[in-house]
Design a protein. Structure first.
Length: 135
């Protein structure tokens, strides 16, 4: 059986590291299943860094380096941004109600990597013709 690849949305990465009960049990089972490949993207690290700088994550005291190292300790696979992800970005429809560039690049990445996105964000449902979303 081929392993399933999941790409963590930024909030999912942070919630997992904080053991936040907002993550449903069935999502936690997929994240903790050793047969699955759990990807975390450089996009999320960039988004977290920006949000920390502008004060949108005041409760987050961990540094970006600590978040990165913890994700590796959790046996997640780091996924750097590649040109393929950026090239695929142009294929992601620009919906008037969802223009978040971080989300859209995560969607392009999931599409390119054939990964299922783990996200609570309902806006990802706009792209189910391109990607699978689990939550």
């Amino acid at each position: 059986m081929r392993p399933v690849s999941y790409l963590l949305d930024t909030h999912c990465l942070l919630w997992f590291q904080n053991n936040d009960p907002k993550i449903p049990a069935r999502v936690m089972q997929e994240i903790q299943n050793p047969d699955n490949v759990i990807l975390f993207s450089q996009i999320s690290l960039f988004e977290i860094t920006i949000k920390q700088q502008i004060g949108k994550l005041p409760e987050l005291i961990a540094t970006i380096e600590e978040i990165y190292q913890q994700a590796l300790s959790d046996h997640f696979t780091f996924l750097p941004i590649t040109n393929r992800h950026i090239y695929n970005y142009r294929n992601i429809p620009l919906h008037q109600e969802h223009r978040d560039p971080f989300d859209r690049l995560l969607i392009a990445t999931a599409h390119e990597e054939n990964a299922i996105i783990l996200s609570k964000d309902g806006n990802f449902g706009l792209y189910t013709d391109l990607i699978q979303v689990f939550w």
